[in-house]
Design a protein around this ligand. Structure first.
Ligand code: URP
Ligand code: ZN
Ligand code: ZN
Length: 509
């Protein structure tokens, strides 16, 4: 077989196996897995030197140039070029980003708006989830099936945020349509009324510092909404994925539902595994005696759901990553700049009459952290190399399960003949060198990283997308050009779906 590229001496890791063998690539696809592929005249080779080779990362929760961030005048720190350059530099070869339906607009207008932003600009392969904010009959039963035909097979719905949230009846409307058209539904679970009530109460007491964002959203805000979403999903026998889970009680609700064999999937993110509530005071990784408490730095780590106050909650997240409760590990990359009046500083400048202590008001801080570049290396280093999860489980969480859940498998998410040659080559143990995360090395458009100073044991040595080296970790250089990424026409989820188990004599029409 004529080849374009041979990767030698790697340990090929998939969600099920770990095999020392060579990889033969032709026309962007994996065509051969074999011990000792015979050399071919003039064919490029990469020597993995005994290091692991894993599938390229699939980050299924990324916000890039998203207009919802603009609600208060905030601006995403990344456009499609910087966001996807950053993805490749961290081993991620596919992202799924959000296309928001503005209320009053149709879903297809939302999709074409985001195609315009991404199509000629993305460096990595990509697809969209539609954020549904207006689930009327026309949108759910005319527009949605039409978009499924065009390869957009997932939606995200919100239980909070004034501009986005759906009530329980609207959620049922979406779930019913999702079941009918085979759409994967992601749900942002937080109780909006409790957040609003707590926010007003804290404001009246002058408790508006960045970390009071966490006070306004105690864990039960998330766990109550999670339980409600699980109930609605069970009522309509429709699978859901609970996004960005942080609260241990929410994890327990999900685990219990899965034990009952409900088709319930869950996602968590690096920040919930590595950071805790102290970062909403210090602005990042907590180091003894280095706190910036009493400054606005904590705004860097304001996200929703918030980082949790009890540092032990991080171990519950690692437990869920190891035991299978979590299906995917996504970045929830939602970057705004810190030193920017259209970024986190909005918390200092918007409506100053409502500020206490000169530390701004958390209500106006744009939510979200940058993390598309650091996601995969954190899971590899803190997860596999610290022996919290197996290499196979890493592959599931980092690539395979997202590819299955969102209809891209086996084109994406695995290493097998016929799959796209999307790969990460890691260093062998004897060549690993500590990698300290630092803003100066990252490729995103944000001006900080919440992981500044975190020491990892390794960083991708090469990222390969459809058979081309797109990131060289020896020089920290991204080699792909804007427009190199392809829009992925996705199919339906291949993970277990509806079971036809009903709670009453009611059935869908
Ligand atoms: O704080 C966050 N995560 N902002 C991004 C929007 C979302 O809900 O995922
Ligand atoms: Zn969300
Ligand atoms: Zn998000």
């Amino acid at each position: 077989i004529p080849l374009d590229l041979i990767i030698r001496n790697g340990i090929v890791v998939t969600a099920s196996d770990q095999v020392p063998c060579d990889i033969g690539i032709r026309d962007g696809k994996i065509v051969l897995l074999m011990v000792g592929i015979p050399p071919q005249e003039g064919v490029e080779e990469i020597d993995a030197e005994g290091g692991c080779v894993t599938p390229g990362g699939v980050d299924s929760h990324v916000h890039v140039a998203q207009s919802a961030a603009k609600a208060l005048g905030a601006q995403s720190a990344d456009d499609w070029e910087s966001g996807t350059r950053s993805a490749l530099a961290g081993g991620t070869t596919t992202i799924l980003a959000f296309a928001v339906q503005n209320r009053g607009d149709s879903l297809s207008v939302a999709a074409s708006n985001y195609h315009t932003l991404s199509d000629d600009h993305s460096l990595c392969d990509f697809g969209f989830h539609l954020i549904v904010t207006d689930p009327n009959y026309e949108q759910m039963h005319v527009e949605l099936p039409a978009l499924v035909e065009r390869g957009i097979t997932s939606v995200k719905i919100y239980m909070t945020y004034a501009a986005l949230k759906l009530n329980d009846g609207q959620i049922l409307d979406v779930l019913l349509a999702a079941r009918k058209y085979g759409v994967t539904t992601m749900v942002h679970c937080e109780n909006a009324d409790v957040i609003d009530w707590m926010t007003k109460s804290l404001e009246s007491r002058g408790m508006t510092q960045p970390w009071h964002h966490g006070t306004s959203r105690p864990p039960l805000v998330e766990s109550e909404a999670t339980h409600r979403a699980l109930s609605l999903s069970e009522l309509l026998d429709t699978p859901i994925l609970i996004v960005h889970v942080s609260a241990p009680d929410a994890v327990s609700h999900i685990r219990k539902a899965q034990t009952r064999l409900l088709p319930v999937y869950a996602e968590t993110c690096p920040h919930y595994a590595v950071l805790d509530g102290r970062a909403m005071r210090t602005g990042g990784i907590h180091r003894e005696g280095e706190g910036e408490e009493g400054r606005f730095e904590g705004a860097k780590c304001v996200c929703a759901p918030p980082l949790r106050d009890d540092p032990r909650d991080k171990e519950r997240i690692w437990e869920g990553l190891a035991n299978g409760t979590f299906t995917v590990f996504s970045s929830d990359h939602a970057p705004t700049r810190f030193n920017d009046p259209r970024g986190k500083q909005l918390g200092l400048t918007a409506d100053p009459t409502k500020h206490a202590h000169g530390l701004g008001n958390f209500r106006y801080i744009p939510n979200g952290l940058p993390g598309v570049e650091t996601r995969t290396p954190i899971l590899w280093s803190e997860g596999v190399l610290k022996r919290r999860i197996s290499p196979q489980r890493f592959v599931e969480l980092n690539s395979t399960n997202a590819a299955k859940l969102y209809g891209m498998y086996p084109q994406k998410g695995t290493i097998q003949p016929g799959s796209d040659a999307d790969l990460i080559i890691w260093r062998p143990a004897h060549k690993r060198k500590p990698y300290t995360i630092s803003q100066s090395k990252l490729h995103h458009g944000a001006d900080y990283t919440p992981y500044e100073g975190l020491v990892l044991e390794d960083w991708p040595r090469y990222t390969i997308l459809r058979g081309k080296v797109v990131y060289d970790g020896e020089t920290n250089e991204v080699l792909a050009k804007p427009g190199n990424g392809k829009f992925l026409v996705r199919g339906k989820s291949s993970l277990p779906g509806p079971r036809n188990v009903w709670l009453s004599e009611w059935r869908p029409e």
